[in-house]
Design a protein around this ligand. Sequence first.
Ligand SMILES: O=P(O)(O)OC[C@H]1O[C@@H](O)[C@H](O)[C@@H](O)[C@@H]1O
Length: 247
Amino acid sequence: MIGLPDDITACLFDLDGVLTGTAALHREAWKQTFDGFLRERDGDGFRPFTDADYAEYVDGRPRLDGVRSFLASRGIELPEGGPDDPVTEHTVNGLGNRKNHLVLRIIAERGPNPFEGSRRYLEAARAAGLKIAVVTSSANAQAVLDAAGFTPFVQARIDGLVITRDRLRGKPAPDSFVAGAKALGVEPARAAVFEDALAGVEAGRAGHFGFVVGVNRANQAEALRAHGADVVVDDLAELLGDTGETA
Ligand SMILES: O=P(O)(O)OC[C@H]1O[C@@H](O)[C@H](O)[C@@H](O)[C@@H]1O
């Protein structure tokens, strides 16, 4: 009825890039963070952080995993530091704090940009009696959900704070989605995962979820399929059999 196999009883939605347009804001904050760091380290001839770097090493992963993964891709080792490191510090935590400072400012300035097609899909899923959870690596999820007006749809939330608290492995490991299904009281095989990140669809496949929807916001439909999406759409409204325009 809403573009899912009949035996699916729950939806597990990623947040940034699936429900809201905040993935692009995260990407921008990461670029400012890493380009700033690389310039400080290597001078003006530094090799910039690219959209491809974001898709492969950072998108969808918990904040500090993103820092570690990108630095490793460049053969750079930094000390871990600690959660209170200043944003100027060349440590994993310092760069994570620098990015968080930037992304909060950018989201405050530009808003969460909820996707209209996603709002309509949430309404349709609720009307169809499906359970709904948000599963995101972001520690800023509640504020974004509130600002987008999506909180009333959400019966369970697994976010970056829960991932840290419960020591879950971040995406691409399936742990956060498994925790989301558990919080809703459904088996992974009866839950659909909705993801725009390569690490996210990979987590959906690794967790043997009943259906994995890849949401193509960054011109990477083929890569989403290769990493585990069963179907790829440009907007969730496509699953409702329409174009996302208001009737
Ligand atoms: O830094 P936050 O808000 O905790 O978010 C962590 C990650 O959350 C994910 O949802 C985003 O795709 C990543 O870009 C982001 O880095």
